[in-house]
Structure formats: C-alpha cells, structure tokens
Design a protein around this ligand. Structure first.
Ligand SMILES: [Zn+2]
Length: 412
C-alpha cells in the first residue's frame, strides 16, 4: 500500500504556567544548542579558511553534529533533564541548512534569537503517546489537545510531533502516516477544467469560486499600518514589542484565511470531479517585478505591482498543490492561448476577449464569461493531452505539458 504524510495541527490546552515554563525551557534549549553548535562550526570554518593545512573543515552532517551534542550534553547538567532526541533533532535542521547552503540552495545558517520562533520536534513515535484527547511528551508529561473541525486521521499511525509557539499560543503538529486512498477523493469519471484568476477560480461547469479579497485587503492594510508603526518605534521598547505581537497576529490571520480558502476550494473541486485540469502556471515568473533595469525600464510598473500583490494573495501554487493530492487525477496544461481561444469553435484571437470578464468570439459569436471559457479550454487541452499521452487512465498524470496548440486539437 502507498502512504502519504498528513499533518494535523492541534491547540495545546490548558497551558498552566508550569507547563508553559517547561515548553519554554525545551524550546529555549533547542535555540541554545543550535547557536552553540553553529558558533563552533563557524569558528572551525574561520580557521580552516585561513589555515587549511592545519585545520580540517568541520563535518556538518547530522551524524557528526549529533555526536558533538552527546558530548555537550554530558558536560551540561541542565541539558540532561530535557528530552534527548527532541533537543538533538534541532541539529537535523541545522545539518539540512548547511547542506542547502553548500549546494547554493539557501543562505548560510543563521543564529537564532530567543525572541524568534519557538519549536521542538519529537521525531519518533516512541517519544510521545496520544490517548484520546491527551498527548504525552517525553519528560514533559501530559497535555490536552484540541482541534476545531474534526480530526480526520486520528485512527492512523502518528509518526512525529512538533510543538510550536505561534502568537503566544502553543500548538502541536502531529504527522500521520495515511494510506493514499484515504487522502484522495474517489474517481467518479468526471473531468473539469479550472481557470485560476486573480482572487477567484472558475470551473468549466460555470461555477466561480471567489476569495474574499476585500477581507484580505483590509487585513493587508492593517499589516502595513503596523509595519509603519514598527519602523518608527524605539528598538527594545515595550510598545514596539506590542506592535510586533499585533503584526504577527495579522500575518497569521492572512495566512490562515488564505490557507483555509485553498482547502475548501480544493476539497470542493476534488469531490465534484475525479480528474481536474489546471494551467501549469509559472507564478514565480509572473510575480517577477516589472520594474526592469535602469537602461530598459519596464512598462506598467504600478499596475503590475498591484497585480503582484493580488497574485501572491491568491496563492495559486498552494491551491494547485492541494488539488494535486486531493484529486484522483490532476493534469496540468500549457496556459498559452487558454483565454484567447473560443471554446465553441476553436478560433484564436486576442480580440475575442473584449473585457476582463467578457468573452465574445469574433468568428462564431459565442459569448460567455471569459474565465469560464478559459476553464472550458483548459479542460479540452487537458483531455487531449491525456489522450495522446498513451491513455493511461487511472494513474495520475502530472505536469504533462501540451506541445503546440492548434485548432485541429479541437476537431476531435
Ligand atoms: Zn467561436
């Protein structure tokens, strides 16, 4: 059987001051160990770069870091009171950060502030136990866990638990090992095309699912206000600290609101059709600044920057990913001409799209909502692509790209 990993987030409740203290202690130890090891490695590198014949480059693999941690722990009394594997696991992330840095996929590992994110991972099922609504963590004792909106994967095996502090509240993220069939919707044989546009998703069935962009805009405005206020306030002051807390709360609201919308839309789509066709959008390229260079200034800089915000607000990529695992079958097609082609006769012309919302074919006179028309085209392209791909129906066909699109494709 094939398995997938799904994470479920719970609130840890109630947090007494003793429990809060304990969690602060463990997460603080993770930060301390991270910084300590990083400082040691940075020092070794410093000497290695200057005296390469005398000092070897330090090994930044998890195995070597783990060995050093064991030594550090035996010398530090207070560290011995805390769960061994969980605190050591922070070095797994550090090893990963070094690996990415050497492969030029990321920046140099940074020191962590005690005011920053607080997190600790219990990486093995032996280090925790879930019974009913209670979670026991090694050396930390029992916590009650709560979640709104059901608990879909409780009957499956829990692989790891990550404790996180967000906006002053403690959460447990439990990773479950779930069989793939429990995650994806059953294939009902139906196929729909989805056109993702700024702040909305249109389906080939004619449905338009809108994101409440007004609400996002309100939250974004509040976020910018706090950012401006933060810039004016004195560093280290209590008022600045308060603004910081409020800012992170707004950011969290935006993130959660958008994520929730993605889950609802992808669920709705995946349960209505077995096969979902979307455009393979290059959001990164689209969101690239239109500013250009000094010699070749870009056009429509102002308009593009407004669009950028909205593109990022809709978060197409996150939505596509969720469709990718919830749908029985997910096909991606080349987005070229999907908005200019007539879904009725196949006539391609940029003038077909009279306004942003309205589509009227110059050849046959077919009219429709421009996004629904695009969704119909995406569906047609997707089914054509799947057909020519050898007809592997039933198996997910991912990232299948169309070649050139010609009117002949629509004749069949
Ligand atoms: Zn037409």
């Amino acid at each position: 059987m094939k398995y997938a990993q799904r994470s479920i987030r719970y609130r840890l409740l109630p947090i007494t001051s003793a429990k809060h203290q304990k969690l602060m202690q463990v997460t603080g130890a993770c930060i301390w160990v991270w910084n300590r090891m990083l400082a040691w490695n940075e020092q070794e590198y410093f000497f290695h770069e200057r005296l390469p014949w005398m000092v070897d480059a330090p090994s930044t693999m998890f195995f070597s870091l783990g060995k050093q941690f064991t030594k550090l722990r035996s010398e530090t009394d207070w560290l011995r009171e805390l769960p061994f594997s969980a605190v050591r696991y922070t070095l797994k992330h550090q090893a990963e950060a070094w690996r990415k840095f050497f492969k030029k996929q990321g920046g140099r590992p940074k020191f962590k502030s005690k005011y920053g994110a607080r997190t600790v991972t219990f990486p093995e099922p032996t280090l925790f136990h879930i019974r009913g609504n209670n979670l026991r963590l090694q050396k930390l004792g029992w916590f009650r866990i709560a979640r709104r909106g059901g608990d879909p994967y409780r009957k499956y095996e829990a692989r790891s638990v990550t404790i996180k502090r967000e906006c002053g509240k403690w959460h447990a993220v439990v990773l479950y090992k779930v069989p793939v069939h429990a995650v994806t919707s059953p294939d009902n044989g139906k196929a729909i095309g989805v056109d993702m546009n700024v702040g909305q998703a249109a389906t080939s069935d004619g449905d338009i699912i809108r994101l409440d962009t007004d609400r996002i805009a309100r939250l974004e405005a509040r976020k910018r206000r706090y950012q401006r206020r933060l810039a004016r306030q004195v560093k280290g002051s209590n008022r600045r600290h308060l603004t910081k807390q409020r800012l992170s709360k707004v950011c969290r609201n935006i993130r959660c609101y958008r994520g929730n919308w993605h889950h609802h839309v992808s669920k709705q789509l995946a349960s209505s059709a077995g096969t979902i066709v979307t455009e393979a959008l290059n959001t990164k390229g689209m969101a690239a600044s239109a500013k250009g260079t000094e010699d070749a200034p870009g056009k429509n800089v102002k308009a593009k920057s407004g669009l950028n915000r909205e593109i990022l607000n809709t978060g197409w990529h996150a939505l596509e990913q969720k469709i990718g695992y919830k749908a029985a079958r997910h096909i991606q097609v080349d987005p070229k001409y999907t908005s200019q082609t007539c879904s009725h006769c196949g006539y391609v012309d940029a003038k077909n799209r009279t306004t942003q919302a309205h589509f009227e074919c110059l050849a046959c006179g077919y009219t429709d909502n421009a996004d629904v028309n695009a969704a119909l085209n995406i569906l047609a392209f997707g089914i054509g692509a799947a057909g020519r791909g050898g007809g592997d129906i039933g198996r997910p066909v991912k990232r299948q790209r169309m070649g050139k699109i010609s009117i002949a494709d629509f004749a069949t």
